[in-house]
Design a protein around this ligand. Structure first.
Ligand SMILES: Nc1nc2ncc(COP(=O)(O)O)nc2c(=O)[nH]1
Length: 274
């Protein structure tokens, strides 16, 4: 049976992330929050210093470095496995020097031409997400004829470029980039066709946590739908994609997804019994 799905806990050191903007902006608070997520069972912490919400303006390199590196240092020193959510090679390089072992690039290397050479020169794990943004601003929205086919095809193109640069395929994880230039229907279709993603031959990371399409689902049902009320729906997505065998989920509220992974594992082992 494939190993259990890993839970990546989100530490957004930003004043404006859509889901928890500003809560963990202060350095000591961010570090304490990372420790809290570890205590809740996070396998990996994903530390980000730049909001990726649609239409967000870029923060300066200096600002992103100042936000991220001290938090990486402190949490790596505490023994955590650290991923850094950045589109910049310079932030990635500094974060690796501070103890990160994953770089999570929502642009899949498109936002900074120096990123793929950095990946090729290193030995860290690189998360490649599907993205249709521009280097200076997050993508607002795209229209798809066949969102699954187009996302898979564009990820295949990114993988070809990354592997052509000499990166060991084992180091690369893919992510469909839910919510990045995609609407609710796009996101549900991608979740309904995970096989098409896994067919690319790489580990798959899913980032549905607290996203707008979950809020819309709850809103349509007349339920509370603000980002902080989406954690139960997020855990439900975790259970479903973990039952499918995805490598990892990127979530803000860790405990619920840790339990959801346990449920999925129990189901999968029962399915494998004779
Ligand atoms: N790999 C990956 N990284 C991400 N980083 C940020 C966000 C946006 O959510 P946030 O601003 O609440 O962190 N989503 C993803 C995602 O879906 N996948």
């Amino acid at each position: 049976m494939t190993p259990r799905t890993l839970v990546m806990g989100v530490v957004n050191v930003t004043p404006d992330s859509f889901s928890d903007g500003g809560q963990w902006f202060e350095q000591d608070v961010a570090i304490a929050h990372g420790r809290h997520l570890l205590a809740q069972g996070a396998d990996i912490l994903d530390i980000g210093g730049e909001s990726t919400r649609p239409g967000a303006e870029r923060v300066s390199l200096a600002e992103e470095l100042q936000r991220v590196v001290p938090v990486v240092e402190a949490l790596a020193a505490a023994g955590a496995v650290i991923s850094v959510d950045t589109m910049r090679a310079e932030v990635a390089s500094a974060s690796l020097g501070a103890g990160a072992t994953f770089i999570n690039d929502v642009s899949g290397g498109l936002a900074d031409p120096q990123m793929v050479p950095l990946v090729a020169a290193g030995d860290f794990t690189y998360v490649v997400s599907h993205w249709r943004g521009h280097s200076d601003v997050m993508a607002e929205h795209a229209t798809y004829g066949d969102v699954v086919g187009e996302v898979v095809g564009e990820l295949r193109g990114r993988l070809a470029a990354i592997l052509a640069a000499g990166v060991d395929p084992e180091r690369v994880i893919i992510d469909p980039g839910l919510g990045f230039a995609k609407d609710g229907a796009d996101n549900w279709r991608l979740l309904a066709h995970l096989d098409a993603l896994t067919a690319l031959g790489h580990r798959v990371l899913i980032g549905a946590s607290r996203k707008r399409f979950l809020g819309q689902l709850l809103d349509d049902a007349g339920a509370e739908s603000l980002p902080v009320f989406r954690d139960r729906a997020t855990a439900a997505v975790t259970a479903l994609v973990a039952a499918h065998g995805v490598w990892g989920v990127r979530v803000h509220e860790v405990a619920g997804s840790v339990d959801a992974v346990r449920v999925a594992q129990a189901l999968r082992s029962a399915e494998n019994e004779p």
